[in-house]
Write a protein that binds this ligand. Structure first.
Ligand code: GLN
Length: 465
């Protein structure tokens, strides 16, 4: 399967219809459990229409792009579960803004991608519908929480996919599957129709096999939206256009050795190679510090759990989702619905979040974490007044084995080490494929720029990919 940009360049008759057909037959053979719900029949109909439009010259911006959508993004008439038992049979009556924009531009939704339950996880193992297998090694995880979106692109079950990134859930799985994972500035892409996990950190992002596809997709789905009060109205330069020019300045920030040294040695080697490549192209490097690196993860987990405990209170068994049969009284009923409906990790987050928000602990945890978040944001702002971008690994390790970390939540949480600070600050970041370890496991490296500088992010990434 070609990337979408290549396919469109050398289009032959009925290419889209044939592509969907080939996906369907390959998917039946080995799915990696990447989609919770497939939309194959509809996709075939859409593909026919796209082929006709391409042939008669009425193609729209994304005509025939085959897209997987993470199953925490609302799709009208297609089941959307957030990989939770509590929403097992939930079919939304409206499309998320991103979905509406994709459809209007001729994108074809082929399936709803598997994820960690309510996007809480780093391995896709907390899904009620079972883990996703990494197409590069089926004994390993594809990362999470957007594991299905990543695996689907890697396995060529779609050209591109949508994911969500609250602490790394687009970039970390991209690094684990040899794909591009892009999370723009907070507010660039409307969250209307994204099932809220931690609203002040939730970002919709994209997976693709090329930077060009990511740019095309971004140009269509980004931009202000009256349905999301936090959507930004800043001018939004086209990334397709941005890719036509080179960056004018390349001062790159890198984290101190002390922080990088804990990385897997093969990832570190690859990082150094790319750094050298940057230097050969004329870049200069500067060491930058985002202070309190040991506080990034606790800050992230305190704030996201606090927000999640509030956001998830809407799943009460009354308005939608699972309804318990136990109906002694209303309190019992809500408790029973939530006890049966939520998985272990989601319950852990709700309990943690409720705890850090409770009186007596609020100041010690929630307020402290808010202050730490402000320090992280301010230091990012300071850093970007002296460098154009920060260059760092996406993950400290290659993809790990399914089951390896399930009994050790802390070690699972630490896999967000290099990704959690960017959603806390809200600046754009991208993980790009940077080859493989000796045993054939994907490696991803990460670039970050200042708020609203996606154009520079893409130009720098294009330079060294
Ligand atoms: N792994 C992180 C978590 O478990 C990130 C999840 C995400 O970005 N949605 O919360």
């Amino acid at each position: 399967m070609k990337s979408y940009s290549d396919l469109r360049q050398s289009y032959t008759d009925n290419a889209i219809f044939n592509e969907v057909g080939s996906i369907i037959s390959r998917y039946e053979h080995e799915s990696y459990n990447s989609y919770i719900t497939t939309n194959f029949e509809d996709a075939l109909v859409q593909a026919k229409e796209s082929d006709t439009r391409i042939a008669n010259g009425t193609a729209r911006a994304l005509e025939g792009m085959i897209i997987g959508v993470k199953d925490n993004i609302s799709t009208k008439g297609i089941k959307t579960t957030a990989a939770s038992k509590i929403l097992e049979n939930f079919t939304p009556v409206y499309d998320a803004t991103v979905v509406q924009r994709l459809k209007d531009a001729g994108g074809i939704i082929i399936g709803k991608a598997n994820l960690d339950e309510f996007a809480m996880g780093s391995s896709n193992e907390t899904s009620y519908f079972g883990p996703v297998k990494n197409p590069y090694d089926i004994e390993r995880v594809p990362g999470g929480s957007s594991g299905g979106s990543a695996a689907a692109v890697a396995a060529k079950f779609c050209h591109t996919s949508l994911g969500s990134d609250t602490g790394g859930s687009v970039r970390q799985p991209a690094a684990f599957t040899n794909t591009y994972g892009f999370k723009p500035t907070y507010g660039r892409i409307s969250r209307y129709g994204l099932f809220a996990f931690a609203s002040s950190l939730d970002h919709i992002g994209t997976f693709s096999t090329t930077l060009e596809d990511a740019a095309l997709l971004y140009d269509v789905i980004s931009g202000n939206d009256p349905m999301d009060a936090t959507a930004s109205s800043e001018t939004n330069p086209s990334l397709v256009e941005a890719l036509k020019t080179s960056p004018t300045s390349m001062v790159i920030g890198e984290l101190p050795d002390a922080i990088l040294k804990d990385c897997d040695s093969e990832i570190l080697e690859r990082y150094q190679e790319y750094k050298q490549r940057f230097i050969d192209l004329g870049a200069t490097f500067k060491t930058v510090t985002i202070p309190h690196d040991n506080a990034w993860i606790p800050t992230y987990y305190i704030l996201t759990s606090a927000e999640a405990s509030s956001n998830l209170s809407r799943y009460d068994g009354v308005r939608f989702g699972l309804r318990s049969e136990l109906t002694n009284d209303v309190i019992d009923y809500v408790t029973a619905s939530r006890t049966e409906g939520f998985g272990k990790e989601v319950k852990r987050r709700i309990m943690l979040g409720t705890y850090v928000l409770s009186s007596g602990y609020y100041d010690a945890y929630y307020k402290k974490a808010q202050q730490a978040r402000r320090i992280i944001l301010n230091s990012y702002k300071e850093i970007f007044s002296t460098v154009d971008a920060v260059f760092l690994p996406t993950t400290a390790t290659p993809p790990f084995k399914i089951g390896e970390k399930t009994n050790d939540p802390i070690s699972m949480y630490l896999s967000d080490y290099f990704t959690a600070s960017s959603p806390l600050a809200g600046n754009p970041s991208i993980s790009f494929p940077a080859g493989f370890t000796k045993s054939g496991l994907p490696i991803g490296l990460q670039l970050q720029t200042s708020h609203f500088r996606e154009d520079l992010l893409f130009q720098l990434c294009a330079k060294i990919r």
